[in-house]
Design a binder for this molecule. Sequence first.
Ligand code: UDP
Length: 238
Amino acid sequence: MKPIYKRVLIKISGEGLMGRQGFGIDAGAVEDIAGQIKEVADSGVEICLVVGGGNIFRGVQEASKGISRTVGDHVGMMATVMNALYLQNVMERLGMSVRVMSGLEIPQVCENYVYRRALRHLEKGRILIFFVCTGNPYFTTDTGAVLRASEMGCDVLLKSTQVDGVYDDDPKRNPKAKKYREVSYDEVIEKQLRVMDLPAIAMARENKLPILVFSQHEQGALAKVLSGKGNFTVIKES
Ligand code: UDP
């Protein structure tokens, strides 16, 4: 593997951790992701991770059923805590040095996010898992991922999803949907392509942070994408 990036942030959705279960955490799925990360880390790439919580709880979904959005998002943030701690432990079992940094204070459980401390961890070769990045309701982990990638000076944000890139329509429902090899931030916003929420795309555009969208289901996808190969869509300036 010949990586073309030095420092990257990988966004793993909660769905990526639930495997075929449809809910919760699947040990096999997490081990698979951890193994892919190890392959990339061993090649010398500095890695930041942001983990979602959609496999357990999504504030906006529950708010539509009548629960307060703010409380729903607080519960959603707790879901991301569970995923991050689980992933950290699996990665450590595989021999990686991993620190979890939280945007909410949970001192007995993990470190608080401190900008300079996070940079120091990376310099020492540690992998970072960030969660609850904004620390606020009404945000998603995608927005938090763009925020941390910008702060840490990452070359690129890799978003692993259920499909192998950005399409002009939902490829699961429309077999004629066309995949973009490259698409601009503006086009994603104008055409409301459902790859990330608006604040995340707008922040990436402002900070000129390229986003690579790829499938988590493809064997060895992470290593390929980081070498500039494989199937993905890049979102960047036109
Ligand atoms: N969340 C939040 N603020 C944040 C990050 C996350 O309120 O800065 C909550 C929100 O309810 C979100 C949930 O955490 O729905 C889980 O994250 P998300 O749905 O983005 O996870 P993913 O889709 O990546 O699994």
